[in-house]
Write a protein that binds this ligand. Structure first.
Ligand code: 4AD
Ligand code: MG
Length: 455
């Protein structure tokens, strides 16, 4: 029975399929009214089901217009799909039957044909998917997710589901959310003061890197695509408390340029895929969010090599600019954006001072104060990606790690591990950069940031 139901639902045509296939004749479709225009003999409905940016125009004779037909209500319509002579659409549906499944009560927060800023739309998580801008972003996000998996699967990587709960703070930044169980009550109703559920501190993961490294001790090319959590203090337009990170780890890599090649190839591949399948949504987003259409910029980006400069060279450029204080061991967002603007595109900055970086990065042979690591900076956003060669010396690691929590990590170095390199790419920052969204909060269906956790 279930099999039959599932088959029926999945074979029902979406508006996107109807518009692509253009099979004229009988047609049955469900969706929401985006806009209704009453004329003397007919009412014209823009019907959408979220499957594509383009809506289906329904021509409804006045005699069939239900009394409860309102913008945003849910409908089922059947009739004839015919070739249209209206500009901008190849087919239209001439309704013979219409059923209002659920009408829409007033007041509705997002009226049709009015422009609402994304800051405003963000307040309505249940209604925002009916807006042009957010529905485009969600389809783009879906496409990019698929493109990322496609890239890794086509290139011999094995996906590893690394845990969400972890006993390590991989980045050592201290921005971790700690897990605690809700205190239960004992029979006599006094509060239990039991030990921590896991007998040791456990956190929401900030990165799956160390787990990927553990698996990369036997499988030489691995990746994950998971949520990561950071208790970021500041609220900026590029930080979330819960975000998705794409991470890859490759064994037998000892050259930082090979790592940069991998990152660049992934990003270009995914962008090409995105431009091929989601060009309409990219344009639609630009129009509805009133931002620059990025199509040409992205086409250009995939055809050019990303810049590669060392941290020392980057500092020199910043100093030459004459508008910044002396850089110590890390960049501010202004530094990052300046470098991208100056060089005109994405910039890899590699070989950084050890003092600003986590314990696991490999010491540079040329200079022991530096580590083989790389940040990819992109225009408008700043840091998109961070990666490194991993330290191979157990002795070096021992001197950097306190306590026993990472003994397993150091021990791998003594038992046949291969040198590895890897990176993490912030998925929402990738979307933000590709589409030119001002705020990262609009690139994820439900954003979480300090003091904000809607739904
Ligand atoms: O540079 P990060 O901290 O690197 C790591 O976590 C490594 N362990 C990854 C690895 O080598 N496997 O984070 C990687 C990327 C950043 O470059 C940034 O794009 C994104 O994750 N990111 C955030 N995105 C949104 N909100 C936040 N709070 C973010 N923090 C990091
Ligand atoms: Mg980083």
């Amino acid at each position: 029975m279930l099999g039959v139901l599932v088959r029926r639902y999945s074979t029902r045509q979406s508006i996107s399929e109807i518009l692509q296939q253009k099979s004229l004749g009988k047609c049955d479709v469900s969706g929401w009214v985006r806009n209704a225009r009453k004329q003397k003999e007919n009412t014209f409905l823009d019907l959408t089901d979220g499957s594509s940016f383009t809506h289906l125009q329904v021509v409804l004779p006045s005699s069939l217009v239900p009394h409860d037909l309102k913008n945003h209500s849910a409908l089922r319509v059947s009739g004839d799909l015919i070739a249209s002579n209206h500009k901008g659409q190849e087919v239209e549906l001439h309704a013979q039957e219409i059923k209002v499944i659920n009408s829409c009560e007033e007041p509705y927060p997002l009226q049709p044909r009015k422009h609402f800023s994304l800051n405003f739309v963000r307040q309505f998580p249940c209604y925002k998917s009916k807006t042009n801008s957010i529905s485009s972003i969600l389809r783009i996000r879906n496409r990019l997710t698929q493109a990322i998996h496609q890239y890794f699967q086509d290139n011999g990587y094995i996906q590893i589901h690394t845990p969400i709960l972890t006993s390590n703070d991989c980045e050592g930044g201290g921005e971790v959310f700690k897990i605690t169980e809700t205190k239960s009550k004992t029979k006599n109703n006094s509060e239990e003061t039991n030990l921590e559920y896991f007998d040791k501190p456990v956190f929401l993961t900030v990165s799956g890197q160390l787990h990927l490294e553990a698996i990369c001790n036997g499988i030489s090319k691995v990746y994950n695509f998971n949520p990561a959590f950071r208790a970021e203090k500041g609220r900026t337009r590029r930080h979330l408390s819960e975000f998705w990170m794409v991470e890859a780890e490759m064994a037998f890599v000892e050259d930082i340029h090979v790592l940069m090649d991998g990152i660049e190839e992934l990003i270009k591949n995914v962008t090409i895929n995105f431009l091929k399948y989601q060009a309409e949504d990219l344009k639609s987003f630009a129009k509805s969010a009133k931002v620059e259409d990025r199509t040409e910029i992205l086409r250009n980006m995939v055809s050019l090599g990303f810049h590669r400069i060392t941290f020392t060279e980057a500092c020199q450029m910043l100093s030459d600019a004459g508008q910044f204080d002396k850089v110590v061991d890390d960049f501010s967002r202004e530094h990052e954006l300046y470098l991208c603007k100056k060089l005109g595109g994405p910039v890899f900055v590699y070989n950084w001072p050890r003092s600003s970086k986590p314990f696991y990065m490999r010491t540079c042979q040329e200079d022991s104060d530096l580590v083989y690591c790389v940040d990819l900076l992109v225009p408008g956003v700043g840091e998109l990606c961070g990666g490194s060669l991993r330290e191979i010396s157990a002795t070096a690691l021992e001197s950097r790690v306190e306590g026993s929590e990472l003994e397993w990590y150091i021990d791998m170095r003594r038992k046949g591990s291969a040198p590895t390199a890897g990176f993490g790419l912030g998925f929402e920052r990738l979307i933000q950069w590709l589409i030119g969204a001002e705020n990262i909060k609009d690139t994820i269906p439900f954003y979480r940031s300090s003091h904000e956790c809607q739904l």
